[in-house]
Ligand binder design. Structure first.
Ligand code: CA
Length: 187
């Protein structure tokens, strides 16, 4: 009897306990994954709204888009050939690439307030690149040739008429042009 007292759980009890634990985990883990992916998607949508509205406010104030490439035909896509830090430095009023000496945002207005990126959290890198919660740079197209069309290059997405800025995230698969992409516009 003293032997039994030293064993708080019998083998059968341990098996049952382990089974219950597995069942609980099998419920909790998928719920957590869904909650986490919903959280990241909501964060991404908020970032995209912020990028578009900040760019529009910038245009309203200055009469040009937050880009060092104004006048470039065919528009410029940031996040791919050109880093999006060129746009972000202008919108964040930072003296750096794209906005050297505050030349494009001379009033030094902070149109966006973005923190540093973290695990599962969007934000700017040390070089000022704005990345989504999965770590991929946000894609931004600005109407640099001012023809009221955002010309989309090297992507499945159509040119967007009547807007000066569009932005998108690669989403959870970290690849562009897939159904996981999160778009600032209704495709
Ligand atoms: Ca254009």
């Amino acid at each position: 009897m003293s032997e039994n007292r030293k064993q708080p759980f019998s083998k059968a009890e341990k098996l049952i306990g382990g089974g219950v634990l597995l069942i609980v985990l099998s419920i909790i883990i998928p719920v957590w994954v869904t909650v986490e992916s919903d959280r990241r998607e909501a964060m991404t949508r908020a970032d995209l709204d912020m990028l578009v509205s900040a760019s529009e406010r910038f245009f309203f104030d200055y009469g040009y888009w937050p880009s060092p490439h104004m006048g470039t035909a065919g528009d410029v896509r940031y996040g791919r050939e050109a880093g999006n830090e060129l746009v972000m430095n202008i919108l964040r009023a930072i003296d750096g690439p794209g906005n050297e000496g505050h030349r494009l945002n001379p009033d030094r207005i902070e149109y966006v307030d973005v923190g540093y990126r973290g695990r599962g959290r969007s934000g700017v890198t040390e070089t000022g690149r704005f990345v989504d919660p999965w770590g991929s740079p946000y894609q931004i197209v600005l109407d640099t040739d001012m023809n009221n069309v955002c010309t989309m290059t090297q992507t499945i997405y159509r040119n967007q008429t009547g807007v000066g800025v569009v932005a998108w995230s690669f989403g959870s698969d970290r690849r562009s042009d897939t159904d996981r992409d999160i778009l600032s516009w209704a495709n």
